[in-house]
Design a protein around this ligand. Structure first.
Ligand code: SF4
Length: 320
């Protein structure tokens, strides 16, 4: 049997920052901040997967064992992580062992970046350059989130990425809205705003000029056959070693439920975990998406099986 897609591993649920849109800030009173233990990490069957992304809800470089973890996982598959960038200089040698390094940047504007993420943009740029200037280095991706308050400077993020020596910019959506205060800050909708589409196009054109890759997530809500997390091929291992279909069905909080705001409405969905990989493979969430994918190969037009209940109110199931 061929390898599965990616395993996302939540190596730490701690973070030094309190970003506006992060569930850690919203649910700070019930957040369980901890590092994954090395024995839990070593029990993950990395050889089943093509790629391991060492990040869940938290900052991976805060786990003091991160260097050993990268070393261990890369014996079996490609390895990457997303970081807020603060500790890149301290873990430079380990970071250089990665295949992919994604660094989160809120905005190309120093003030806006600081307002959202609470860390100096200039210092972050220096840390990215520290990696890009090395001969043997991972692919560097600048990950940004398209918010109403920051999208105006999206094309400038491409310039910033180029200036830092990054290879790619990915513009994500606020696809999980954990608080009512954040409703309306997303840029996607049933009918995408023409000014948002225009800014995305400008960023794309700028990336072409500079010769770097640019990917923006869709901003039009429409039901996806299978969400981008694709739980048929991929899964999450939580900080405690539990298996979940994706980060959107897990939060390191004391509650058994996840609060989401979907189309302006507050909903609660149960967290979803499996005891074993076999249980995950036979789960109803995975099965529903597998059946939806199989419909692609049917010659007769048939109705798609419904989205799983827990996915119906997840924006990832609506293509953004
Ligand atoms: S649609 Fe379902 S499986 Fe996909 S990311 Fe959302 S909650 Fe996870």
């Amino acid at each position: 049997m061929g390898k599965l897609g990616f395993v996302q591993v939540e190596v730490s649920t701690k973070c030094q920052l309190n970003c506006l849109m992060c569930p850690k800030s919203v649910f700070r009173n019930e957040w369980i901040a901890k590092d994954m233990e090395m024995d839990v990490f070593e029990s993950i069957p990395f050889k089943k997967f093509r790629y391991a992304h060492l990040q869940g809800w938290g900052e991976p470089l805060l786990n003091p064992k991160i260097g050993d973890m990268i070393e261990f996982a890369r014996e079996h598959c490609k390895v990457g992580l997303t970081t807020n960038g603060i500790l890149i200089d301290r873990y430079l040698e380990d970071v250089l062992n990665l295949d992919l390094l994604a660094v989160s940047i809120a905005s190309a504007g120093a003030e806006e970046h600081k307002a959202v993420r609470g860390f100096e943009l200039e210092k972050l740029k220096e840390r990215i350059k520290l990696v890009s200037e090395q001969d043997k280095r991972p692919k560097i991706v600048i990950a940004t989130m398209m918010l109403r308050s920051t999208i105006g400077r999206l094309p400038e993020i491409v310039d910033l990425a180029y200036e830092c020596g990054a290879d790619e910019v990915i513009a994500n959506n606020m696809d999980y809205i954990p608080s009512e205060n954040l409703v309306g800050m997303e840029v996607f909708g049933e009918k995408p705003d023409p000014s948002v589409l225009d800014l995305i196009k400008k960023a794309e054109d700028r990336a072409k000029e500079l010769g770097i890759k640019f990917v923006a997530k869709p901003v039009k809500l429409e039901e996806a056959l299978v969400c981008a997390e694709n739980p048929v091929e991929n899964c999450l291992i939580t900080v405690d070693g539990k298996i979940a279909p994706c980060v959107y069905l897990h939060l390191p909080t004391r509650s058994d439920y996840i609060v989401r705001y979907f189309r302006g409405r507050r909903v609660e969905v149960p967290k979803v975990y499996f005891e074993s990989f076999d249980e995950w493979k036979n789960s109803s969430v995975r099965d529903a998406f597998e059946k939806r994918l199989q419909m692609l190969y049917q010659s007769l037009p048939m109705e798609f099986p419904a989205l799983p209940d827990v996915c119906r109110t997840c924006y990832k199931a609506w293509s953004v």
